[in-house]
Design a protein around this ligand. Structure first.
Ligand SMILES: Nc1nc2c(c(=O)[nH]1)N[C@H]1C(S)=C(S)[C@@H](COP(=O)(O)OP(=O)(O)OC[C@H]3O[C@@H](n4cnc5c(=O)[nH]c(N)nc54)[C@H](O)[C@@H]3O)O[C@H]1N2
Ligand SMILES: Nc1nc2c(c(=O)[nH]1)N[C@H]1C(S)=C(S)[C@@H](COP(=O)(O)OP(=O)(O)OC[C@H]3O[C@@H](n4cnc5c(=O)[nH]c(N)nc54)[C@H](O)[C@@H]3O)O[C@H]1N2
Ligand SMILES: [Mo]
Length: 753
């Protein structure tokens, strides 16, 4: 297994060629990548009307492995018709996420009925008829609706409208397992739930903090921006228990100097313990205040809670801060010095911050630190949650959420002349609990992998298993289709990818920039447009009631955009987008003056109790993270280039922890938590902070407890107490036959054990 000593670079360029070979040539891949559609992977907002591979600041070419993988995945051949009759569900459950992905594109609806061990084909009309009949029979509050962040604004808006017209608010999106803590934390601190900066602000900042994230692997195109910050003489401070290769040095493939020589990214790399951020952030703030570097004028004029916050900082004990964070005083002082020296600063963060039982507090602590020096509400400074899915932010903006803002609810009602339910809906974990308790009977998943993204995988399987009907709208197979089976009908309905849509769609980036995607020719007969399917369900279920909504008309994306423009504040320009094609920033999100969109016009400083992070004797703290070769529950390659690992069933551990337990490299072990146990092999990994261990999501989800942060309802995917013991016995292994690899997929990747 080759290990690289910096991110990006030639391996990324080489990868482009190998992917091109798989999908039928560089010209074909180039055309697909350059089509006028927003990039399908992360929320950095590439593409759109600028053509693929152009970022929001107009820079070209911006390409990353992930976007190639996602594109190549959609360019795969169709799943073989006999796959579902060849393999029973227990067999499919043994397949790895990667094997399922490489079976190819879903092109025909399939159903698994009660008691059957197999999926079988079903006609569209039959499938939609069954869904409509079930929905008509059930009380609306016995249904739930989940969306991932891949679908368009148009599909998201229509879905929530359908759900509310039908009569429930049980609609939510993957953000409850992702950046919900950012939305809640930011809203409670500065009054907006999204980034307060644009991409250019980040590039021009004196200092950028990257906390709890690995953008070198997960948002590679942000690396050009970070490279630029360093070239401008600025600083990048990375806070992460793991030294991530690409965050130290990254070779931006589209920059010749960087490609050849690499670019330094972190100017300071700080390794706290998992969950130590709250103590660390408070410590930096305390130090800033101690040395008289706080902007008291700003804090007292533009913030509420300054006196309490200052007393809180005074009350903190340094020993407590250093022991809980795992960071020594000298390092904290060094961070404070660099922060103090910067005239502008952007604070960015990802899942290392939100995937905790105190995720919202983490985000508030970041906002506190920024406000303490007046670093929000001015150019080149502010707060940046680095979003995951390419349109997850749009899903939130357009109300694919269990609660709507009052103004949006009123405008929805008056625009359509309807009355919508006001009883609060259920968030994602609440839906799983309600399903487990038998209070929900029907589930609908617009993309994603609800089973695979859930903590406590065994519980998720059981909870979904109690539903009468579960419907998936998907592009490719994933573990959810094999494990997430209802007691009654489970249906998988194939949909078109964004760049195959017959009508244009839109997406919102993490900088609140609305991209306009042209769509394009379909690659397969069979899959249908998401909007068309949602509208069809609306027509079948509500059409014959006295519905003032013409569902057929709303299958027209232009009609949906008009409604969005009239209803969602800041989105007015979308109504006219078919004519103008002008992409735009949502009004009111960037904060360039210190007037905050809160009821008082001021920001709020929050005080927190530092969490008790003690472990029992012998326990270690586990984070479940992504490798370089995956996008969430979709695994493209088993190897993790940046961490130099050739397989996924591993637990990375500091050599000292290994030695202490008398474990040897590659020894099979059993990892156990409060909710589950699994087998893996242990690998020494000197770049992780001792006492902390790393495993890959989604395989390790059997270990993650279901407890959630009370404020954001997000599980602690990054903070699981585990024990690690030598394993006994031999593991089972079942493989899919290589001939089931789809045309245009990585056939060589099919065999896994
Ligand atoms: N290639 C690729 N790109 C992706 C995705 C993907 O799966 N693959 N997923 C997309 C999605 S939906 C999302 S949300 C983002 C996720 O992007 P990230 O948040 O970068 O992804 P994770 O792998 O979850 O890892 C988080 C990082 O947090 C660190 N960490 C863990 N615990 C802590 C902690 O307690 N404190 C601190 N400070 N750091 C900690 C880990 O060491 C790791 O480097 O990426 C998006 N982009
Ligand atoms: N242990 C652990 N668990 C986690 C995390 C973690 O770090 N650790 N991360 C969490 C995070 S941040 C997130 S966002 C969630 C991810 O949760 P989800 O968003 O639910 O899961 P994905 O794996 O992104 O979904 C992938 C599937 O989406 C479908 N798909 C792809 N493109 C399209 C499309 O255009 N339309 C439709 N309809 N379907 C499409 C494909 O069938 C593919 O298999 O997982 C969470 N779970
Ligand atoms: Mo995410």
């Amino acid at each position: 297994m080759k290990k690289v000593n910096r991110g990006g670079g030639w391996p990324a360029v080489w990868y482009t060629w190998s992917k091109a070979r798989e999908v039928g040539g560089i010209v074909k891949l180039w055309k697909a990548m350059r089509s006028k559609n927003a990039c399908k992977t992360c929320a950095l907002g590439m593409g759109g009307q600028d053509g693929g591979m152009v970022n929001e600041a107009g820079h070209f070419p911006e390409v990353c492995k992930k976007s190639l993988q996602a594109m190549a995945s959609d360019m795969q051949g169709a799943i073989r018709g006999d796959l579902f009759s060849t393999y029973s569900l227990p067999q499919m459950q043994a397949f790895t996420p990667r094997e399922l992905e490489y079976c190819g594109r879903l092109t025909a609806p399939v159903i698994r009925e009660a008691g059957s061990q197999y999926y079988r084909p079903i006609g569209w009309d039959d499938a939609l008829g069954r869904i409509a009949a079930k929905l008509k029979q059930l009380p609306p509050n016995e249904t739930f609706w989940y969306a991932s962040g891949r679908s368009s604004n148009e599909a998201g808006f229509l879905l929530q409208l359908l759900v509310r017209m039908y009569g429930t608010n049980n609609v939510n999106n993957c953000s409850y397992y992702c950046h919900q803590a950012s939305g809640v934390g930011l809203g409670s601190s500065v009054g907006v739930g999204t980034a307060t900066v644009t991409l250019e602000d980040v590039e021009l900042a004196d200092l950028v903090f990257v906390i709890g994230g690995n953008p070198a692997s997960n948002h590679p195109r942000l690396m050009r921006t970070l490279m630029q910050v360093r070239r401008n003489g600025g600083e990048v401070i990375v806070i992460n228990p793991v030294v991530e290769t690409g965050m130290v040095n990254f070779s931006v493939p589209s920059d010749v100097r960087s490609l050849l020589l690499g670019s330094p990214i972190a100017s300071l790399y700080v390794q706290p313990h998992i969950g130590g951020d709250l103590a660390l952030l408070a410590g930096i703030a305390k130090r800033i205040e101690e040395v008289g570097a706080a902007d008291e004028q700003f804090a007292s004029t533009h913030c509420e809670g300054w006196d309490e916050y200052r007393s809180f900082l005074h009350s903190l004990d340094w020993n407590d801060i250093t022991s809980r964070s795992g960071v020594d005083l000298r390092t904290i002082d060094e961070i404070a010095k660099r922060y103090f020296a910067a005239k502008s600063a952007v604070f960015s963060w990802t899942m290392g911050i939100t995937h905790h039982l105190h995720g919202v507090q983490n985000v508030q602590a970041i906002a506190n630190l920024a406000l303490l020096r007046g670093m929000v509400g001015k150019p080149h400074s502010g707060l940046l949650p680095i979003r995951g899915h390419s349109n997850v932010q749009g899903m939130g903006s357009l109300g694919v959420t269990p609660a709507l803002k009052d103004a949006v609810l009123r405008r929805l009602e008056s625009h359509f002349g309807v009355q919508l339910p006001t009883e609060p809906g259920l968030d994602t974990m609440a839906c799983m609990q309600a399903a487990d308790e038998g209070r929900l009977k029907f589930g609908f998943c617009l993309g994603g992998n609800l089973y695979g993204s859930n903590p406590d995988a065994n519980y998720a399987r059981e909870a979904l298993g109690k539903l009468d009907m579960l419907v998936y709208l998907s592009t490719t197979l994933n573990t959810g289709h094999a494990h997430g089976l209802a007691a009654g009908d489970t249906m998988v309905l194939p949909v078109l990818a964004r760049d195959e849509e017959p009508q244009p769609t839109t997406q919102e980036s993490m900088f609140s920039y609305i991209r306009y995607s042209d769509g394009g020719p379909r690659r397969h007969e069979g899959p249908r447009s998401e909007v068309e399917l949602i509208a069809e369900i609306g027509r079948r279920v509500l059409g014959n009631r006295q519905s003032p909504i013409d569902w057929q008309r709303l299958a027209n994306h232009g009609e949906i955009r008009e409604a969005i423009g009239a209803i969602i504040p800041g989105w007015e320009e979308i109504s006219d987008m078919d004519r103008t094609k002008a992409e735009f920033h949502i009004a009111g999100r960037r904060l360039s003056t210190p007037t905050f969109p809160t009821t008082t016009g001021k920001a709020r400083l929050h005080v927190h109790e530092l969490p008790d992070s003690r472990l029992a004797d012998g326990e270690l703290r586990l984070m479940t993270v992504r490798s370089e070769g995956q996008f969430n529950t979709v695994v493209y390659e088993d190897y993790d280039l940046y961490r130099g690992q050739d397989r996924r069933d591993i637990v990375l551990m500091h050599p000292d922890d290994l030695a202490e337990r008398g474990l040897a490299a590659d020894q099979p072990v059993t990892i156990a938590s409060q909710v589950g146990a699994m087998r893996a092999i242990v690998r020494p990994y000197a770049k992780i902070r001792p006492g902390n261990v790393l495993m890959y999501y989604p395989e390790a989800n059997v270990l993650v407890p279901r407890d959630v942060d009370p404020a954001s309802r997000t599980p602690a995917f990054k903070n699981v107490a585990v024990t690690i013991e030598p394993a006994v016995g031999t593991p089972n292994c079942l493989q899919i036959a290589p001939e089931f690899a789809a045309e245009g997929s990585s056939k060589a990747q099919m065999r896994s054990c």
